[in-house]
Design a protein around this ligand. Structure first.
Ligand SMILES: Nc1nc2c(ncn2[C@@H]2O[C@H](COP(=O)(O)OP(=O)(O)OP(=O)(O)O)[C@@H](O)[C@H]2O)c(=O)[nH]1
Ligand SMILES: [Mg+2]
Length: 194
């Protein structure tokens, strides 16, 4: 059983003033480095999906891919690029801006997916689903391509077309703290420093 992960860092990060969110420093290291450290013990192989600053992203030692369609079509564009570049049985998808992801993220998503015989499993912090934290079967590629080719972009609408299950992480809601703005970054940096 091979499981690969993709870190989505392909957005425009407008709320971060257009700075590349994955490369923005948090508590002394780039945000994507925090994510890598969380994922590394959990998966066989990591890919980074970025549309800018490839040279910097390559320094982390993993393959870096741009969206095939560079029109900033949203997270699904990054996921489909990853599906084209993996032969894994499952693909774990995470964003570059959730530095405290659970250490048992994959284990719980995989158990949920398999117990429900689902095609994809999305994480929930107990209050809301985290639409870009999920485990999915790369066989869904054609369906995702058809969806994007039809001009559709909304991730939850695509999810709803498949058998999907929700993995609960209500015991660790802070694991999904999401850094979108410089203020959120400062706040988290202060919490980490404590
Ligand atoms: N590959 C790819 N990833 C994207 C795209 N848009 C957003 N993402 C990623 O999806 C995740 C969630 O998106 P947001 O938190 O809205 O990030 P963002 O769009 O860069 O930031 P804002 O411009 O402030 O909304 C992040 O990991 C982004 O990098 C895109 O067009 N392509
Ligand atoms: Mg966005």
């Amino acid at each position: 059983m091979q499981i690969d992960a993709v870190i989505l860092a392909g957005g425009m990060a407008r709320r971060m003033g257009g700075n590349d969110k994955g490369l923005v420093e948090l508590a002394g290291k780039p945000m994507v480095q925090h994510t890598i450290e969380r994922l590394r013990p959990q998966v066989d192989h990591i890919m980074i999906n970025a549309n800018r600053h490839h040279e910097q992203y390559c320094q982390f030692g993993f393959d870096v891919f741009s969206d095939q369609d560079s029109g900033y079509l949203g997270p699904l564009a990054g996921m489909i690029t990853a599906m084209d570049n993996t032969e894994a049985n499952y693909l774990l998808v995470v964003p570059c801006d959730c530095p405290l992801l659970p250490t048992d993220l994959l284990a719980r998503l995989k158990a949920t997916l398999e117990q429900n015989n689902a095609d994809l499993a999305v994480a929930s912090d107990g209050k809301r689903e985290q639409p870009v934290v999920l485990l999915l079967k790369p066989q869904l590629r054609q369906s995702m391509k058809n969806f994007l080719d039809a001009g559709e972009r909304k991730i939850d609408i695509w999810y709803a077309q498949h058998k999907y299950a929700v993995a609960e992480f209500s015991d660790q809601p802070n694991a999904f703290v999401n850094v979108n703005t410089p203020e959120q970054k400062q706040q988290l940096a202060a919490e980490i420093a404590q």
